[in-house]
Design a binder for this molecule. Sequence first.
Ligand code: AMP
Length: 394
Amino acid sequence: MTPTVIEPGSVLGVLGGGQLGALFTRAAAKHGYRVVVWDPDRDAPAHRLAAHSFTTPFTDRETVTRFASTVSAVTYEWENVPAELCEQLERQRPVRPSGGVLRSIQNRLVQKRFLAGHGFPVPRFAPLTDPNDLPDLVREVGCPVICKTAMAGYDGKGQWRIDEPSAVPPLVPSVQASALPGMQWIVEACVPFERELSILAARGVDGEVIVFPLVENEHEQGILRTTLAPALLPSGVAERAETLARGVIECMDGVGLFCLELFLLPDAVVLINEVAPRPHNSGHYTLDACSLSQFEQQVRAVCGLPPEPVRLLSPAAMVNLIGKDIETIKQDAECQRLLGLPGAYLHDYGKRETRPRRKMGHVTFLAEDRNIARERAEQFHRRLLDAIGHPDGL
Ligand code: AMP
């Protein structure tokens, strides 16, 4: 029988070995657990920290058996792991969040229907099953819209923004080209957000929920670039975000660490963009700025421990290091000066290959005054953009 609480000394399993899997592995080690990592990519950074690694494809049946017999509980680092795999593993070990929760999240269309169906506020949307119907759907939803692949898109990949109906016909072939068998898309109204926000929440097996502070995010080309914690917003917005986070996770009966990406519209209207069933890039500030990081909360939830209340110990501003940024910061005197300031923390994910648009690391600036943390992050960010030459040069 599975014990209710998985004790330190036990072995946890994580599907996916990118930076989120690696940071989970570190957090687990800090609390006395060992981690087995399963990622078909041999170069995935978490393999180097793992007690044991599997690099077979996720469809390998023998590894399913071996993985399940080695670990006491399972989690995953992102939502694109196969839900069937989680369901197979679940027959033998707790998987947190569950395969069912993963299914209601990993397909954008299923997720949006779930949210809208339960009365949570989301942008207007419509399903697309045949790219030839795109002109009609764009008219129905109303320009501007964003067309997104229902599965497997991330960091702006598999997304097309359409500002005018006349822009649709030339786009149809590229939408068509993205079609895998059974592929669907979602056509969403492009909302005039004033800010992008996100909020992390952890829920334990006993149903207890804790939320982290609401944060503000800025993106470049669909990729998160900066996060500022805490967000400073009109009264009531943080409370609304917290209510949404609690409501969504409870409604899904989710156990684990989740993140809600939100849009703040004029008149303090808050819409949900996306729910992630895992730690989030915008939560990396918690590693240096909180009494317990998002990864430590993930470990607690996976092990059946109740979530621990979190304190923000310092305002923080995080800047992602994308592509060549990781090389720029080593050569640039101004970046080095900023990194040398007290309260600056560099996290290098140790990825062997630098690729455009790839997240290679991040820097968190802590300061007693939120404006100082923000100012340092802005200076650092500007420096990275100067080095690239233009803001679209990721
Ligand atoms: P996503 O992968 O859905 O999180 O989208 C990546 C980014 O595209 C978001 O962070 C927003 O900046 C932008 N975006 C996505 N959906 C919308 C929308 N419905 N309205 C406006 N901007 C959006």
